[in-house]
Design a protein around this ligand. Structure first.
Ligand code: FUB
Length: 340
């Protein structure tokens, strides 16, 4: 055979964008950042991690958060303001324990903070608080959103002004206890070769305080249209739903939990089905991986967290931001948290 011409040298390994990023704030621990642009500013709605002394377990009891602080900034890389306490668990009448990952939305000059918290029977539901300001204080509604369950609400505003809530999380997030449609304290997972448990989606009513429909399953399928299976741990949904729209397509992104990736899938409408594409963010320092994706001044950003500020303590995390890049075909370039 002929020797290969010099110009046919092996292609260099795909160069991933480097992720070198500092915590947005260091005065408190923050996690699960949901970023939005309201009135030309970026507002980040994170969990507020604390050390409450509860021992670590697979249910996530050590994530024992009690309030939220909203962060704001005029530019990425500019000063980040911690706007102080926006709501406290003691002011949520139905709450028991564990304020987990929140999100927020704006409509007609009112701001809505959506949050999962366990009720007094230790069952997760999703609540909402209302404010005239994006940074609160938020006044909690007296009861959870009717028909809500599990964790990690993400509220997406579509181009026609409709709002949809995406939610759910397995293991400590209790989604598996709702597999039959009603709460069953025994964990029930599908067989490994059966479709994985689906995240949920429900359109919100105009009042932003309730669902306008029974939550539907959001299907994530492979390139052949087959649902991802329960045993497909490196790709199946675990928690941390997020929705964004790019060039008219709907991008559903989420954490794969025990395999620690932020993955994404693309669909043609807010309900799906969504076809699995790949990984947005590889595992970070710490067990959890949770993110949001937002466009600001013509650039796209990934807000995420890791545990670097606490030296790796999994329940003491810090929110960070990195620019996100798309390929010409609309796929997302994978970000790697650790330099290779
Ligand atoms: O922060 C508590 C929980 O950890 C969140 O709800 C999950 O998404 C995971 O990040």
């Amino acid at each position: 055979t002929e020797p290969a011409p010099a110009s046919a040298a092996p292609a260099p390994a795909e160069k991933k964008p480097e992720l070198v990023s500092e915590p947005l704030v260091t005065n408190i621990y923050t996690a699960d950042p949901s970023a939005h642009v309201f009135n030309g500013k970026i507002y980040v709605y994170p969990s507020h991690d604390i050390e409450s002394g509860v021992p670590q377990n697979d249910n996530g009891d050590h994530f024992d958060m009690k309030d939220f602080h909203v962060l704001s900034m005029d530019s990425v890389g500019g000063e980040v303001k911690d706007n102080g306490e926006a709501i406290n668990i003691k002011d949520i009448p139905w709450a028991g324990r564990q304020l987990w990952a929140p999100d927020a939305a704006e409509k007609n000059g009112k701001y809505y903070l959506y949050f999962p918290v366990k009720d007094k029977q230790d069952i997760f539901h999703i609540g909402v608080g209302v404010s005239d300001s994006p940074v609160g204080p938020f006044k909690a509604e007296p009861t959870p959103i009717e028909g809500s369950f599990s964790i990690d609400p993400a509220v997406f505003k579509d181009s026609d002004g409709s709002h949809y809530m995406y939610f759910g999380g397995i293991w400590g997030g209790q989604l598996q206890r709702w597999a039959t449609g009603t709460y069953n304290p025994a964990d029930t997972y599908p067989e490994n070769d059966k479709p994985a448990l689906s995240p949920k989606v429900a359109k919100l009513k105009d009042n932003m305080l309730s669902f306008s429909e029974k939550p539907r399953d959001l299907q994530i399928v492979d390139k052949d249209g087959k649902p991802l299976t329960n045993g497909d741990n490196s790709r199946r949904f675990f928690e941390a739903s997020w929705m964004h729209k790019y060039n008219g397509k709907y991008y559903f992104s989420y954490s794969t939990g025990d395999t620690h990736n932020i993955a994404y899938a693309i669909g043609d409408n807010p309900y799906g089905p969504f076809t699995y594409q790949g990984v947005v963010l590889e595992p970070v320092l710490g067990w959890t991986n949770h993110h949001s994706i937002v466009e600001f001044q013509g650039k796209w950003y990934l807000f995420y967290h890791d545990s670097s500020l606490s030296g790796g303590q999994t329940h003491l995390r810090s929110v960070k931001v990195a620019e996100l890049h798309y390929n010409p075909d609309g796929t997302i370039q994978t970000l790697s948290a650790f330099k290779k």
